[in-house]
Write a protein that binds this ligand. Sequence first.
Ligand code: AMP
Length: 399
Amino acid sequence: MEPARVLVVNSGSSSIKYQLLDPDSGKVAASGLVERIGEGGGAIEHTAGEHTVTDQVDIPDHTAGLRLAFAKFADTGQDLTTAGITAVGHRVVHGGEVFYRPTRIDDRVLRTITELSTLAPLHNPANIRGIEAVRTLLPDVPQVAVFDTAFFHGLPEAAKTYAIDRQIAEAHGIRRYGFHGTSHEYVSGRVAEFLGRAPGSLNQIVFHLGNGASVSALRGGSPVDTSMGLTPLEGLVMGTRSGDLDPGIILHLMRTAHLDIDGIDRLLNRGSGLRGMAGVNDFRELRRRIESGDPAARSAYDVYVHRLRHYLGAYLIELGGVDAITFTAGVGENNAEVRADALAGLHRFGIAVDPELNTAADRGARRISPAGAEVQVLVVPTNEELAIARAAVAVTGND
Ligand code: AMP
């Protein structure tokens, strides 16, 4: 029997990431990235098996970008219009209070995702453009939205409530929603599998450290706290985002630096975090600069680690003890130094990292705490595409 095939689409404001995969085995048939949509000088990189093709061509909009990707599929012998795709899964950033399960997309759902754009003005409109492009090119294939916020829908009141005027909060949907939920759910599930334990029996802390970064605390498989809030700006120090701030800084900047909303948005979302402090957002370049004696790079690293430990401490207490602490995503999976520094000197809490296990060349799910340690410290690669593909199949299979 032909393996099932799901196309997963992650559509950004000027880019589309896609993957065609088998949701059972996780085997990827092809994947790619379309960049600089609508900006001139567009580009595509498409990989099928061992072969990667690249192309530079102007791409006016998302439909044109997806059409280009489909052409690359066809060039490598995979005509998507006849490939028997069972579902298309879309990453959608904000599901608000409305969507907390993977949801089959129809006109009404699309309208609601559009309405939720007030909560995610940069992300939801971009996700919608991806959905519309697929609808044009694959009109008969069921499409499913998988929301980045969904996993955190049931956060306890105390964790999700901001201490502001309740009426204003309710009128404007202001609460902590949390993001990277697909990754936190997938990774925490893999942790339970790896440890051979029922998810319900574990207290976990999961650090998703990529260019965007967040941490979650889970009791018995359910999240009880997470570091991102109304938007993905809150919490940890990120590649280009500030994470936590005194909100008074915004007022101060408006009054004294005369920054308007767009200026503040740019500053906090694109010009802060590692990039704002050290001039670079890639951890490998940050490391090179630290080694060359750059004090700004050193300081940025220290702030980054300080914030990780701040949340670790908070979540340890919230959970009243933890069974597993896990690192995932680009930095979490690849940077042994960050893992070691985040957990340094915590022996009295049963938390330790074994230097050899931590720096081993292994790329799969692995333990990095010493044998017999009270708390399991793990590295577990995330796979949001696979989680989205499985969710899409689960929803369309029930139609
Ligand atoms: P993500 O958003 O999960 O793709 O993570 C992107 C970030 O991961 C990059 O900005 C890098 O700083 C970091 N990263 C990726 N690969 C490596 C690596 N091999 N070593 C250290 N950091 C890495």
